[in-house]
Each structure stands twice: as structure tokens, then as C-alpha cells.
Design a protein around this ligand. Structure first.
Ligand SMILES: Nc1nc2c(ncn2[C@@H]2O[C@H](COP(=O)(O)OP(=O)(O)OP(=O)(O)O)[C@@H](O)[C@H]2O)c(=O)[nH]1
Ligand SMILES: [Mg+2]
Length: 333
């Protein structure tokens, strides 16, 4: 029996090993992902994003308990816990993890990697997919915002929770753009701090002026994560959003969009990798690059030259098919 079968049977060690394969981006990744394809949509994806220190990990920790109290299982991917902004949180994350370490219904993975363009990395997205495929009812993705929020999270999450806190000094205008685009639920955490009422009032006004969907009014929920206040309400709202997504057919539509964007991302990345590789060692390509560098040819004419060069394109095709060959490698236990 191979490692993927073992994971399907609930073997935590096999799950951990598969997640390491993703993190190390070994050549087995495509095979692993194709094996779990049929099962990755079983669970529900919840994204938590927000500024460093807003209380995402504390909220997620309490959400885990909430989900477990409902007798459901949960996987967690915490991304970027080692960012310079959140260095202090690593220890906190570890301590919190220990609270759940003995619970077989919980699996938590911290990832330090980000995507090349700053968004969620492939490894992070794939980790979430595998956690769901392993039979978890929910997969929570915690990602610290670049600025305030991580826009990219909507490509993976079904429900996106944006976590804010009062008194950050940021005007509501500054945080508006990203939040409005992605939030399905807004949490104002640290509701014990001053400025909470003002922030909630500002948010309510902003939401009133920018309603994104006729079928979903984005709620604002005040929480005190460290005291477990507001967590039950948050979980209920997530459930409500999930039901609305299901009833309106939006969940199915969203998953379709996510699959295509994932596919396009892989195509783009593979093409880019091949071109970057050949920039190192393809003498014809290098010559064109050097001419561009010296200003001897304009970039459009140079690009035309590249696409008109059948031999160069053929070499790219050969590299591409060797990339694709990787899929045939096996993942044995
Ligand atoms: N006053 C107050 N502090 C809180 C509350 N919730 C969390 N905290 C504290 O805020 C700090 C940051 O919490 P985390 O949960 O680590 O925040 P985070 O958003 O995960 O932080 P990063 O992962 O570094 O981005 C911790 O010291 C928490 O104990 C709250 O409701 N009120
Ligand atoms: Mg955190």
C-alpha cells in the first residue's frame, strides 16, 4: 500500500510525509495531487487573513475547539509564521498547537513559504487540499496580510474572514480596498480595546455603501479571541455563509473558478520556469537578450524574433515535455 492510500486510511504519519513532499516541492507533487483530486472537495475551506498581530492564530485556535465541540474534524495551514512582522507569534503558535497535539481530529501545519509574487504559495494551497482530502470537515488557512489582507486567499477559501483590530492607526479608507474585495465576514477582534465601537460603525457604513452581493450581507462580528468571546457567533456566521453558497449554487461556481485559476497558475508557472531556465543556457536566446540589453533591438522586435525562431520554440517544447514527464514518477511508501 502506498503513502497516499495510507493517508486516506487516516495514517497521520503518511499525511505528514505527503505534506513534506509538498513543502519540499519534490518531483512527486503532481502525482500526489492527481491522486487526491477526487477527494479534495469534500471539506470546506475557511480563510483567515488580516494584519500581523490582529489575533488570527488565537481566533483559529478557538475555532478549532468550536469545530471539535460539534464533533467535526479540522485541518489548519498557518502560512508565514516566520515573517519578520510576526516573529513573536511562532512560540505562541507552537504552544497553541500543543493544545491540540493529542487530538486525532485536528491536524495543524505551519508553512514559512510564500509564493514568488507574495501570494499564497502552491505548497500552501496544496497543503489545504490534502488536509481536506484526508477527511477533514474543515480546512482553515491562516495567512498574514501583505498590508492588511492577503487577496490571494479567495482562490482557495470558500469563506474568507478578514480580521481587524481597533486602534491600528490606519484610517478606514486605507484598509477599505482589499477588505471590500475579499471579505465574506469581517471580525473586529480585540473588542476589549478602545476604538472598537468606532471601527465597527465605520465598517458598517462602508459595507452599507459597497454591498458586493445581493445574496450576502457581509456581517461584522466583534470578538475577544483570547477570552473566547464571539467565537460561537463567528462559527454560526461561517455556517450561514456556507449554506448560502450551497443554496445559491455559488459554492459549485466558486470551486469551478478555483480549479481553472489553479490550472492557469500551473501553466503560467511552468512556462515561466522553462523560459527562465533557457535564459541561463540557451545561446540563441541569450544573444537576443544581450541585444535587448545593449539597446540594439527594441523589446517588441526582439519578442517577435523569439516567436519566429522555430528551433528556439522547439527547445522550449522539449523542456516543457520533460517537466510534464515528472508526473510519471511514483510515490512509494
Ligand atoms: N487585548 C486582546 N488581545 C488579544 C485578543 N486576541 C488575541 N490577543 C493577543 O494578540 C496577540 C497576537 O495574537 P495572535 O493570535 O498571535 O495574532 P496573529 O494575527 O495570529 O499574529 P501573526 O500570526 O503574527 O500575524 C497575542 O498576544 C494575543 O494573546 C483580544 O481579543 N484582545
Ligand atoms: Mg498567527
Amino acid at each position: 500500500m502506498d503513502i497516499v492510500d495510507k493517508m486516506f486510511q487516516g495514517d497521520r504519519l503518511a499525511l505528514a510525509r505527503l505534506l513534506s513532499i509538498l513543502e519540499n516541492n519534490t518531483p512527486e507533487v503532481p502525482l500526489v495531487m492527481s491522486r487526491i483530486q477526487q477527494n479534495q472537495d469534500n471539506g470546506y475551506y475557511i480563510g483567515f487573513t488580516g494584519a500581523p498581530g490582529s489575533g488570527k492564530s488565537t481566533l483559529v485556535d478557538k475555532m478549532i475547539l468550536q469545530i471539535r465541540n460539534n464533533n467535526l474534524e479540522v485541518g489548519v495551514v498557518a502560512i508565514d509564521p516566520t515573517s519578520p512582522f510576526s516573529g513573536g507569534a511562532i512560540l505562541g503558535d507552537r504552544i497553541r498547537m500543543q493544545n491540540h497535539a493529542l487530538d486525532p481530529g485536528v491536524f495543524i501545519r505551519s508553512l514559512a513559504t510564500r509564493g514568488s509574487l507574495g501570494g499564497l504559495s502552491r505548497a500552501a494551497k496544496n497543503t489545504a487540499r490534502i488536509l481536506n482530502a484526508s477527511g477533514k470537515d474543515y480546512c482553515i488557512i491562516e495567512t498574514v496580510g501583505v498590508g492588511q489582507v492577503e487577496i490571494d486567499i479567495v482562490d482557495t477559501a470558500d469563506t474568507t474572514v478578514v480580521v481587524l483590530m481597533p486602534d491600528t492607526g490606519d484610517s478606514i479608507q486605507a484598509i477599505k480596498a482589499g477588505i471590500m474585495e475579499i471579505a465574506d465576514i469581517i471580525v473586529v477582534n480585540k473588542a476589549d480595546l478602545k476604538g472598537t465601537d468606532q471601527l465597527i460603525a465605520d465598517l458598517m457604513l462602508m459595507l452599507h455603501e459597497n454591498q458586493r452581493h445581493s445574496w450576502w450581507q457581509v456581517p461584522v462580528i466583534a470578538t475577544q479571541a483570547d477570552k473566547n468571546i464571539g467565537i460561537k457567533e463567528l462559527f454560526e456566521k461561517i455556517e450561514e455563509h456556507k449554506e448560502v453558497l450551497k443554496d445559491t449554487g455559488m459554492l459549485v461556481a466558486k470551486r469551478k473558478e478555483q480549479r481553472v485559476s489553479e490550472f492557469m497558475e500551473i501553466i503560467e508557472q511552468t512556462l515561466l520556469d522553462v523560459i527562465l531556465e533557457s535564459q541561463k543556457d540557451d545561446s540563441e536566446f541569450c544573444e537576443i537578450i544581450n541585444n535587448v540589453m545593449a539597446g540594439l533591438i527594441d523589446p517588441y522586435s526582439a519578442a517577435k524574433k523569439v516567436f519566429g525562431n522555430e528551433n528556439l520554440i522547439k527547445r522550449w517544447m522539449m523542456r516543457l515535455s520533460s517537466e510534464i514527464l515528472i508526473e510519471r514518477r511514483r510515490v512509494d511508501a
